[in-house]
Design a protein around this ligand. Structure first.
Ligand SMILES: Nc1ncnc2c1ncn2[C@@H]1O[C@H](COP(=O)(O)OP(=O)(O)OP(=O)(O)O)[C@@H](O)[C@H]1O
Ligand SMILES: [Mg+2]
Length: 389
């Protein structure tokens, strides 16, 4: 699968952008702050309606504009088109007098308006971001993002369950925040039922995925760093994959949750743990070894997606190349070559260049513009000088 045309209007720091691409490696090079990550985020948001970590909905539209549009044409079995148009909802103001953060979205698939739920899922993508390099850091949020990215790509049902779960959790937490610890709103059971319904389905899907990873984890890791033999991954789920079991657990927490004013169990508290010869990996192995684990997880994410969908995802790789040593840079390139199409950003083209396939398409990103490099395939190597014609 590959993207063959990208149009942005007022997305981030891009005014109007229209580019055509071939399959293979697309390298977006340029100094810091020019729009490389923004471009990848536009592809990610435009394909799967998920944002990069830490960004807010209100930041996606170009400053001082009234709408933005992303249009992606891609080749799956046939040519297909996805389009999002987003506008800030007009004259709405919140009770505090600040503009309400209301956004109106129109989604189109092959030029027909579709509901949000029918939009994502046509164009599977995998991202590999600088934030993923901290996937194995101390905060579990990145690890849950890894699970959600993979499973949202493979299953429309997972996407729906996750979205329902998040809505339920938010409303349930609001209720718990406004409750006295001894009171009973009479709504507890309804919320517990909903939480158990979606929560158990999410955990069951995550469990299946992590079983797949577990079986292949040691082989994937030692292929990258042979010394890491004896590596294991374990899912630490919070709540049960069984609906009745989840319901019993959440109901049993009653007073404790009212005291804590929040939901104490569920997929929003899940985590997984890596160990090497029974030692906890985080805080023990080197940064480079953590990179190997992260790359192994990305490779397994791809394998799972390939296993579940008959389609090949598009890879978006944001400036992580220079974080690996030379041997792992080669392993990363080998992995990337298994995709039909890879978008790769770098602020250090010279460093990346020797590793890239010769027919890579190189673009220069400069302050919201993206233009093909004046050299058809590659800029000259140091000392090579300008090539004719
Ligand atoms: N909504 C927006 N409207 C206009 N400009 C924006 C908006 N959001 C971000 N920007 C601009 O985009 C720039 C950041 O772009 P981006 O993160 O893509 O840079 P980059 O090329 O990836 O840089 P680096 O190499 O440092 O990662 C910021 O400097 C900011 O000025
Ligand atoms: Mg960037």
């Amino acid at each position: 699968m590959h993207i063959n045309k990208v149009s942005f209007q007022n997305f981030r720091n891009f005014g109007r952008l229209e580019l055509k691409f071939n399959p293979g490696f697309i390298v977006l090079a340029g100094p810091n702050g020019m729009g490389k990550t923004n471009f990848l985020e536009g592809l990610y948001w435009g394909a799967v309606l998920r944002r990069f970590p830490g960004t807010k909905l209100g930041q996606l539209m170009r400053d001082n504009e009234l709408f933005y549009k992303i249009n992606l044409q891609f080749h799956s079995k046939d040519e297909e088109i996805l389009e999002i148009v987003s506008e800030r909802e007009g004259e709405k103001y919140s009770a505090q007098g600040r503009p309400a953060s209301g956004w109106k979205f129109t989604y189109r698939y092959n030029n027909l308006a579709v509901p949000r739920a029918k939009f994502a899922g046509h164009l599977p993508v995998i991202s590999f971001l600088p934030e993923d390099l901290n996937l194995l850091g101390h905060s579990p949020a990145g690890r849950r993002r890894y699970l959600n990215e993979t499973l949202s790509t493979t299953s429309a049902e997972y996407r729906r369950n996750l979205s329902e779960y998040e809505k339920t959790l938010k409303q349930r937490n609001e209720l718990l925040q406004n409750l006295e610890s001894e009171s009973n709103s009479g709504q507890d059971e309804i919320w517990n039922e909903r939480l158990a319904e979606y929560g158990s389905l999410i955990i069951a899907e995550r469990q299946k995925f992590l079983e797949f990873v577990k079986e292949r984890f040691e082989a994937a890791t030692t292929a990258l760093s042979p010394e890491l033999t004896g590596s294991m991954i374990d899912y630490r789920f919070s709540g049960s994959p069984d609906r009745q079991g989840f319901l019993a657990e959440i109901s049993g927490l009653g007073a404790r949750e009212k005291e804590a004013h929040g939901t104490l169990i569920g997929p929003h508290k899940d985590d997984f743990r890596l160990s090497w010869l029974d030692r906890e990996v985080i805080g023990y192995v080197s940064r480079g070894q953590l990179r190997s684990y992260t790359l192994a997880l990305k490779i397994l994410e791809r394998e799972y997606i390939k296993d579940k969908l008959s389609a090949q995802p598009v890879m978006l790789l944001d400036d992580v190349f220079s974080e690996f040593d030379e041997a792992h840079q080669r392993a990363l390139i080998d992995f990337l070559q298994t995709f039909d199409q890879v978008f790769l950003t770098t602020a250090h083209l010279k460093e990346v260049q020797p590793f890239l396939p010769v027919n890579s398409q190189v673009y220069n990103v400069n302050d919201g513009t993206i233009i093909p490099s004046p050299f058809p395939h590659f800029p000259p190597l140091e000392g090579e000088g300008l090539r004719e014609g």
